[in-house]
Design a protein around this ligand. Structure first.
Ligand code: ZN
Length: 412
């Protein structure tokens, strides 16, 4: 077995836990899964299909990983690049496309045809408009200081609305659009190898369906997309991140349990919203099915269910959380000063925050530590104690998204 198959087997058997080695961010190189089909594990993965009548590449990697992915595929086949499919317009999946244009130009051929969903160009427009914001939040989320956000994108040549089929050299690739992590997702079913390229609808982690710093996600449509994939009865699943998965039974289980988790959160959240509950009470009342969350492909090592509930609230409701004090709140610094003066000073707040932290009451500890820091911004001692509380919180979180925010707060 190769490194990708080994890692999948270790995760599935429990020999390696996702908390020890996050499958979402692994780089394990290229492995062939069927004649003419190779998978490249490269943070955001790619799939290469050598049809005998030209090469089809599904996803191309990021600014940082595109060259590794291109090089790995070129070590496997020299077939001319014919078609590139973007499963969606996230920068970690599309930025390697320029390398394939260069590759074709170097070989004296026409550049490949890039196929994507019709909303991908709109996403690229938004990325250019909000490049500074995206640089800041991704630097925070991934802990990459100084991260640059791209403002030049390889635009698609063919736009897909709902479905599109590619047939070449005896290979058929059915592309289908469903909303889920994004509004511009395509997933692919490949015959005759019976493989599914899921894009980020499967990522070896609890779905990226809450993401506190990013735009709207679509949990129910995501679950429906996973059901449609399951109906294909595929033999191989190529996820957007993490190792490939082989075998009808395990592929079916991954798709079924991922859909069940999303549907359970969706249905509970909507039922509680319909009862008129406030957001905080919805979050307190929803029960996450721990047996689903325990699956190695659903561990909350990237996003997490609590954030999915907030995303659902935004999707079906608005930003008002049901607490009238939050409708037009005071500035947090003003509130911090008021609470500190009531408590007898910022030191009293940070003392109590540390006790709460030691008792494992990290939500309350952070609230008080934040007030203490804001009430005494020049006090280096309080700043260090506040930072220690956020660091303790970051260590106990499982999701990369929560850890990123808390570590960033600790470094402020
Ligand atoms: Zn991705």
């Amino acid at each position: 077995m190769g490194a990708v198959r080994d890692f999948a087997a270790q995760l599935l058997s429990g020999a390696v836990r996702p908390e020890e080695q996050n499958p979402f961010t692994t780089f394990l190189g290229l492995e062939e899964y069927a004649p003419g089909i190779a998978f490249v594990s490269g943070f955001a993965n790619a799939v290469a299909i050598d049809t005998g009548e030209g090469l089809i590449v599904v996803d191309t990697g990021s600014q940082l990983t595109g060259a590794m992915i291109h090089g790995a595929i070129r070590g496997w086949t020299r077939a001319p690049a014919d078609t590139i499919v973007y499963t969606h317009g996230h920068a970690d999946h599309v930025m390697g496309a320029f390398l394939w244009d260069d590759d074709s130009a170097g070989a004296g051929g026409a550049r490949p045809t890039v196929i994507a969903h019709e909303l991908v160009p709109k996403r690229f427009e938004r990325y250019v408009k909000t490049a500074g914001y995206n640089a800041a939040i991704n630097a925070r989320q991934f802990r990459v200081p100084g991260l640059q956000w791209p403002t030049q994108y390889r635009q698609p040549d063919v736009l897909v609305s709902k479905a599109h089929t590619i047939s070449k050299g005896g290979v058929t690739i059915e592309l289908r659009h469903d909303r889920g992590e994004t509004d511009d997702h395509l997933w692919a079913y490949v015959e005759p190898s019976r493989a599914i390229c899921t894009g980020d609808l499967v990522i070896w982690a609890s779905p990226n369906c809450g993401n506190p710093q990013k735009v709207q996600r679509y949990p129910l449509e995501w679950a429906n997309a996973l059901d449609a994939m399951r109906a294909k009865n595929a033999r191989i699943l190529f996820p957007g991140h993490g190792p490939a998965i082989e075998g009808e039974d395990v592929v079916r289980e991954v798709l079924e349990t991922s859909a069940a988790l999303l549907r359970s959160l969706h249905d509970q959240c909507v039922a509680l919203m319909n009862e008129g509950l406030a957001l905080a009470d919805v979050i307190a009342r929803v029960r996450v099915d721990e047996s689903l969350l325990a699956k190695p492909w659903l561990r909350p090592v990237y996003d997490e269910p609590e954030f999915i509930l907030r995303n659902l609230w935004r999707l079906y409701g608005g930003w008002y959380d049901g607490n009238p004090a939050h409708l037009k709140p005071s500035h947090p610094d003003a509130l911090a000063n008021e609470v500190a003066s009531l408590a007898g000073g910022a030191t009293a707040l940070i003392d109590r925050a540390e006790k709460l932290c030691a008792a494992g009451e990290l939500r309350l500890a952070c609230e008080l530590a934040e007030w203490a820091g804001r009430a005494s911004p020049e006090d280096a001692g309080i700043r260090a104690r506040r930072a220690a509380i956020y660091r303790a919180r970051a260590e106990r979180e499982t999701s990369l998204m929560a850890r990123g925010v808390y570590e960033d707060a600790a470094n402020k």
